[in-house]
Design a protein around this ligand. Structure first.
Ligand code: NAI
Length: 400
């Protein structure tokens, strides 16, 4: 089938398997160029492993320290005449490359919030790996069905207290407009967002894994958070999603207590703002990212998900002396280059002056747009998009 991009708003409805393979290969090459991580993890579970930070974490673990990986994700499988989602093709590509490199890699496609998928994962770890030494928690989802009560929660992306008006961009057309987002009108929406994106499910995972005896002594677990600049505070850190991130960050104490007797440790890593399927759904943020990219690329400090994950593993989680550098609130910071004073001062200045007219000149909107399409395997260098391609790509461990 000939596969071309088809978009609806910030969603791309199609995905290209050859482009996805190329994108995974590029990430692997980057990791290999950095050399082997000596004391890195060896048996790793990545929850949310098919796109964004989770996929890059899996690639870094496998190709940076030779780890066996199990990836959990929720994607639409491809079949003859039916395209799969980008995360499906990414995972097929990852397993293919891992097998070629002699690395163990298996995947589970299902709802990570459910007890069933947790049990399936535990059974697979017991059967194949015995115990794991790293759990990466990288889910981003708009909804969650609670496994104990069956209640279905939907998250919202809204400010709290008062309406928020600021600039936003339609990255397809380049139109910069003002957007006003009304605040949540009921506390329930805040609680629902916490139920979806907060720390409860991470705790459930760690409890179940611990009770099943599949966590190695000294196990580490890491989940991802975001802070960002003041200009996005009303919609992000002080908004509904920020409340969920506070909850996620607070669960470190509970998980640390849970893991104390096996000398385990949990971390939250605050990552950089990047183009992913999740971040493109948040108003205002894509315009901020376009300006941020422009500034960071000019300074030579720009990173994508794979560069971020390489730095997280080699300079934070698995340092030579075993120490994990943390901020005053106990978090890992790999958003340090984004939050650098000079970067933020320049972005703030550009923010004030950005309009539809000067957008392509003062921002990296073209880089944003290209990266967005890259997420779905499009606009990758070296891929012929006019060529007939096989849409029916199997993930070896799932096809078994
Ligand atoms: P993403 O949308 O690229 O990836 C989400 C992953 O979760 C995918 O593998 C997807 O299959 C999986 N998933 C979603 N619902 C699932 C379910 N019910 N069961 C199993 N798997 C499911 O997201 P991204 O951006 O990589 O986000 C990962 C984490 O990083 C999130 O916690 C996000 O808040 C955080 N983060 C993101 C930043 C950004 O700028 N994109 C910045 C800092 C943190």
């Amino acid at each position: 089938m000939i596969i071309q991009p088809r978009t609806r708003g910030f969603i791309c409805l199609t995905a290209h398997p050859d482009g996805a393979l190329q994108s995974v290969k590029n990430q692997i090459e980057y990791v290999k160029s950095k050399g082997e991580l000596e004391n890195g993890p060896k048996k790793v579970l990545v929850i949310g492993a098919s796109t964004g930070f989770g996929l890059s974490s899996r690639i870094e673990a496998a190709f940076g320290s030779g780890a066996a990986t199990i990836g959990v994700f929720f994607e639409k499988a491809s079949s003859e005449g039916k395209m799969g989602t980008a995360g499906w093709y990414n995972s097929a590509a990852f397993e293919k490359e891992a097998a070629a490199a002699g690395l163990y890699a298996k995947s589970i496609n299902g709802d990570a919030f459910s007890d069933e998928v947790k049990q399936q994962t535990i059974d697979l770890i017991k059967k194949d790996l015995g115990q794991i030494d790293l759990v990466v928690y990288s889910l981003a989802s708009p909804r969650r069905t609670h496994p104990k009560t069956g209640v279905a929660y939907a998250s919202v992306l809204k400010p709290i207290g008062q309406a928020f008006t600021n600039k936003t961009v339609d990255f397809h057309t380049g139109a910069v407009t003002d957007i006003s987002i009304q605040p949540v009108d009921k506390d329930e929406d805040i609680q629902n967002t916490i139920a979806v994106m907060g720390g409860e499910d991470w705790k459930f995972w760690m409890e179940d894994l611990k009770n099943a005896g599949v966590l190695a002594d000294g196990v580490k677990t890491v989940a991802y958070s975001y802070i960002g600049p003041e200009l996005t505070f009303p919609i992000y850190r002080n908004g509904t999603i920020g409340q969920a991130k506070n909850d996620l960050e607070a669960s470190v104490t509970t998980i640390d207590n849970l893991l104390a007797d096996i000398h385990g440790k949990s971390y939250v890593s605050v990552n950089k703002a990047l183009v992913t399927q999740s971040s493109s759904a948040i108003p205002v943020v894509p315009l901020y990212i376009s300006l941020l990219y422009k500034v960071m690329k000019a300074k030579g400090t720009h990173e994508g998900t794979i560069e971020q994950m390489e730095r997280l593993f080699s300079e934070r989680l698995y340092t030579a002396d075993g120490k994990v550098p943390l901020d005053e609130a106990g978090r890992i910071r790999i958003d340090d280059w984004e939050m650098a004073d000079d970067v933020q001062a320049e972005v703030a200045k550009l923010w004030d002056s950005v309009t539809s007219e000067n957008l392509s000149e003062i921002s990296d909107i073209e880089g944003y747009r290209k990266e967005f399409f890259n997420l779905f395997g499009f606009e990758m260098d070296g891929i012929d998009y006019e060529k007939d391609t096989n849409e029916d790509v199997k993930i070896p461990s799932i096809a078994e």
